[in-house]
Design a protein around this ligand. Sequence first.
Ligand code: SAH
Length: 242
Amino acid sequence: MIRGLTKSIIPVLFLVLFSSSRTNYSIQDDKYQKVRQRMVREQIVARGIKDQKVIQAMIKVPRHLFVPEAYERMAYEDRPLPIGEGQTISQPYIVALMTELLELTPNTKVLEIGTGSGYQAAILGELVNEVYTIEIVEILGQTSSQLLSDLGYKNIHVKIGDGYKGWPEKAPFDAIIVTCAPSDIPKPLENQLKEGGKMIIPLGGSIVQELILLEKKNGDLIKKVVAPVRFVPMVRHDGIRY
Ligand code: SAH
């Protein structure tokens, strides 16, 4: 009986593991290409995103691979989606907006806090030479790191750890993007931002926050409020919110 079962399960497992590999990705036979172009037109360009490089990156990166398979068909909708462990992948427009505000050039060295699905990191990886990204939930960090390397991103470095502390060995950074929300600006991140550099960060309560754009000028942070947003909280290893 057990033998029979094993015999019938093995081919099924083989099929599941190898034939439907989502990361065996080729843009030519991407059935979501049209849907993704529509997403960019209707959600990104229509709302005022103008940076052509950001737009091209959003057209290129296969967002559906960054969400759990069960949500694949919703990947291009105008909303955040669950990615497991109580976390979410941000709404496409917010990803585009935060990216555009950093005014990236290929030489901008970027630090992201909150790798999550790896989607925002992939968008950054299309635009700059070096991306450093930190995720506190081990399984999310491992999964996104694997996916990013399967998709060929050699310029994205994923670290599992507490992003509040930044990545001192790789500092300073020209740009910092924080995709989880603390109540105040983490001092280590402020210190690791280069003079003239920009940081985009949601700040405020645990449910709603303000998206803030900071620029370091003569050692001070110049602050601009961008929009109300809703991000998951930035937490410590013990789960307590910063
Ligand atoms: N940029 C992500 C959004 C993920 S949601 C994407 O494109 O999918 C925010 C992520 O921040 C979650 O995965 C959460 O686990 C992570 N996070 C929360 N606190 C953190 C901390 N102190 N350091 C690093 N990551 C943190």
